[in-house]
Design a protein around this ligand. Structure first.
Ligand code: NDP
Length: 232
């Protein structure tokens, strides 16, 4: 199976690996990053798969760039939108040290922008073959999993994202569009750190298998990379 995928945050980490694996397997890949000039690994990937990969500048928090990309895409359909770009924010911010503006930045990137992107590209998704929107959420956004407190910015942004995904699954069911919240595992990236349990290669392979098998009855669920359901 192949199709057209649009992925945000492709210059490093999980997004770069998604772009690589889909291009390798013959998909058409719209790979987005906010600073293409310094995205050396992504440029190298494009040079390796020039037929498959199309690069786009996209800061997910900039509506003007989202609209510009929508114009560039013309009448192309998007089978799979992967809302991957994410921001942890400053580390170790404990109660008493929370700052409004820093929190706002994390919410903007992790919660607001994925919905704005999905809204803008929806007509392309709804008329595609696969009709799928994937969101990189996180297990730390699970309220029932929260045993350690803290993480105010990031946790709340992913919890709110999960609620967005649930509503989308209900609103888009009639159109046959599948949406899913994915936990990629604890992954060795800049965000996950070197002590993380799995490589980006392992995580993305598993997520791609899961996405390939996804059906409408699973829309609106919160899935671990191994396919198991995570409690909200
Ligand atoms: P990284 O920190 O390694 O990469 C984050 C990516 O998001 C970068 O490409 C970054 O671009 C991009 N990004 C951040 N802000 C913006 C923005 N405003 N516009 C466009 N791109 C942006 O993270 P991972 O690859 O590890 O994570 C990918 C996703 O998976 C995230 O949503 C994350 O929350 C989630 N996740 C990751 C886990 C892990 O263990 N790694 C665990 C659970 C969830 P730039 O270089 O320009 O900053």
């Amino acid at each position: 199976m192949s199709g057209t995928v649009l992925i945000t945050g492709c210059n490093r980490g999980i997004g770069l690996e998604f772009a690589y694996q889909y291009a390798r397997d013959g998909w058409r890949v719209h790979a987005c990053a906010r600073d293409l000039v310094h995205a050396e690994d992504l440029q190298a990937l494009e040079a390796r798969f020039p037929e498959q990969i199309q690069l786009h500048t996209l800061d997910v928090n900039k509506d003007g760039q989202i609209k510009a990309l929508d114009r560039v895409l013309g009448d192309e359909t998007i089978d799979l939108l992967i809302n991957n770009a994410g921001y942890y924010g400053p580390r170790g911010v404990c109660f008493g040290k929370v700052e409004r503006e820093l929190w706002r930045q994390v919410l903007e990137t992790n919660t607001l922008s994925p919905l704005m992107l999905t809204q803008t590209f929806y007509p392309r998704i709804a008329t595609s073959k696969l009709k799928t929107v994937a969101f990189l959420s996180s297990k730390v956004g699970s309220i029932s999993d929260n045993q350690s407190g803290g993480g105010y910015y990031y946790r709340s942004s992913k919890t709110a994202l999960n609620q967005v995904i649930k509503s989308l699954s209900i609103d888009l069911e009639g159109a046959g569009v599948k949406v899913v919240a994915l936990h990629p595992g604890w992954v060795q990236t800049d965000m996950g750190g070197q002590n993380a349990l799995i490589s980006a290669e392992e995580s993305v392979s598993a997520l791609r298998t899961l996405l390939a098998q996804l059906d409408l009855s699973q829309s609106g669920s919160f899935l671990n990379y191994d396919g198991s359901v995570i409690d909200w």
